[in-house]
Design a protein around this ligand. Sequence first.
Ligand SMILES: C[S@@+](CC[C@H](N)C(=O)[O-])C[C@H]1O[C@@H](n2cnc3c(N)ncnc32)[C@H](O)[C@@H]1O
Length: 301
Amino acid sequence: MPVAYLAAEGLIAPLLEALADRVVAVQGRLVLASAATDEAAWWAANTWLEPQWRRIASIGDGAKWLRSMQRNWACHAIDWFRRVELIVEKLPPLKAKPRPFPFELPDAPMGNWTLWQKDLMLASARCSSPFANGEIEFEDDKTGPPSRAFKKLQEALTVLRARPQPGQRCLDLGACPGGWTWVLQRLGAEVVAVDKAPLDPAVLALPGVTQRVESAFGLDPKEVGPVDWLFSDVICYPRRLLDLIVRWRDSSMCRRFVCTIKFQGADEHAIAREFAALPGAKVMHLHHNKHELTFALLDEA
Ligand SMILES: C[S@@+](CC[C@H](N)C(=O)[O-])C[C@H]1O[C@@H](n2cnc3c(N)ncnc32)[C@H](O)[C@@H]1O
């Protein structure tokens, strides 16, 4: 079954590598493939699951075809921008405002379309992301969180449809200056922030927040005791992070993990595959990820 991927910004190269000889055609960040692979989806902002072609007779004809399928349509324009704009004007408007956090994912499907040629539309009513082109923005807070990284965690918890409940114990590894700790504390969680650098004093002063000034890799799970969630945004080689996750999982001290895999070298496919091979693991690229992927393991059994 053909499928189309919108590569995440700057990640077209690993996406094409993951697809190898399944690539049919490429325009900008949009890649047509003869078949889907789990691995390709890790590098994509959005996967168009059921792409269909339509030769359109006019702007009205294109808009009518889209509207006949469903309400919500986002466009990823690659050319013919004025023509695209005229079609967009004939479609129901999309809400583009930043979302509050927590935010429950919408149930209504979000389709994506483009003009592949001037008169040839490519559209998919079903896509992997419920957001237009896989992009979600959260309401900003210029005073609370001490870093911008907080949006990455807000997005991860939104997409996973899971978040720490009040009173749950969270370990936040590589916590400084404290954006993720701030998000978790506001959810009502008890947060143990671990970093070799000191936490922002305003975050450390929040109720339920404590800090351990040490390396995340030296922690003994049995000494720390049971935690409901382990978060990591530590800058480190992916292999070190994978070993840490496996150690914590095998200790039975934690069953839920949300971690950033930060890539430094050329081994990204091999190591990402190892993360994905952990039973129950999810590997994904979030809108707020850069040259990194988000790993999640939520064992709710
Ligand atoms: C990208 S920053 C984390 C940002 C943080 N999540 C936030 O929201 O503000 C990465 C952090 O990893 C920390 N780090 C690097 N090596 C570490 C280690 N071995 N143990 C704990 N933290 C480490 C750095 O000190 C740095 O604060």
